[in-house]
Design a protein around this ligand. Structure first.
Ligand SMILES: Cc1cc2nc3c(=O)[nH]c(=O)nc-3n(C[C@H](O)[C@H](O)[C@H](O)COP(=O)(O)O)c2cc1C
Length: 204
C-alpha cells in the first residue's frame, strides 16, 4: 500500500490490558520496579532489560541501575560533562513504561572487570575494536579492527579496555505508567525526599 495513503494520525492503540491503582502501589519504587520487571520477564516481552538512556547533550543491582558502554562514546562524554540522566523501559506487550531519572557514576572497576569477563569472547573483542560513536569510513574498517584485536589477543587473555565499563544510575525519581483506555492512563511518580520515597498519582 502506498505510504501516502496511510492516515498516520489515525494510527491509535487503545490500552485495555490492565489497570494500576493506589492499592497496587508498593511503598518502595525499587520493589515496584522488581515486580513489574519480573512480570515483563514472565510475559516474555521482547528484550525486557532493554532501556533507553537519555543524556544531556546517558542492570538492576542493589538500588541502582547499571549499564555498560564505551566511556569515550557520545553518551560517555556527555555524562562526563553532565551526569544527570534519564532511563526508559517500555514493555508494549504489557502496556507499561517506567521512567527513571538520576545521576550516573562510573561503576567500581572490579565490577566492570567481572562483567567484562562474563561476556562472550566475540563481544570482548568487539569492545576493544569499536571506537563507539566515531564516524568510520565503512564496515570493512571495523572488521579490520576486529581482526587486529583477535591477533593481539590470540595468545593472551582478553582484559577489559580502560575506555570500556559500567555506569551506575542512582535514581531520585521513578514514574510507573500503565496504559488505560481512552488515554486515561494510570501514572504514579516516586520522588526521593529526605531519604523517603513520596508517591503521587499524576494526570495522564
Ligand atoms: C536493545 C538494544 C540494547 C543496547 N544495549 C547497549 C548497551 O548495553 N551498551 C551500549 O553502549 N550500547 C547499547 N546499544 C546501542 C546504543 O543504542 C547506541 O547505539 C550506542 O550505545 C552508541 O550511543 P552513543 O553514540 O549515544 O554513545 C543497544 C541498542 C539496542 C537497540
Amino acid at each position: 500500500m502506498e505510504s501516502s495513503n496511510i492516515n498516520i494520525a489515525a494510527i491509535r492503540k487503545d490500552y485495555t490490558l490492565k489497570s494500576f491503582s493506589e492499592s497496587d502501589l508498593l511503598k518502595n519504587p525499587f520493589e515496584q520496579f522488581r515486580v513489574w520487571f519480573t512480570e515483563a520477564i514472565h510475559a516474555e516481552v521482547n528484550e525486557p532489560n532493554a532501556m533507553t538512556l537519555a543524556t544531556v547533550k546517558p542492570e538492576l543491582e542493589d538500588d541502582c541501575f547499571v549499564f555498560f558502554t564505551n566511556y569515550s562514546s557520545n553518551k560517555g562524554q556527555q555524562i562526563g560533562v553532565n551526569n544527570k540522566v534519564a532511563l526508559v523501559f517500555f514493555w508494549p506487550e504489557l502496556e507499561r513504561q517506567v521512567r527513571i531519572e538520576g545521576i550516573a557514576e562510573k561503576l567500581e572497576e572490579y565490577k566492570s572487570d567481572d562483567y567484562f569477563k562474563s561476556r562472550p569472547m566475540s563481544s570482548q573483542i568487539g569492545a576493544h575494536a569499536s571506537p563507539q560513536s566515531l564516524e568510520i569510513e565503512n564496515r570493512q574498517y571495523l572488521e579490520d579492527l576486529v581482526v587486529k584485536m583477535e591477533e593481539l589477543f590470540s595468545d593472551q587473555p582478553i582484559v577489559r579496555p580502560n575506555f570500556w565499563g559500567g555506569f551506575k544510575v542512582i535514581a531520585h525519581s521513578f514514574e510507573f505508567w500503565q496504559g488505560r483506555s481512552s488515554r486515561l492512563h494510570d501514572r504514579f511518580i516516586f520522588r526521593k525526599s529526605n531519604n523517603e520515597w513520596l508517591r503521587k498519582r499524576l494526570a495522564p
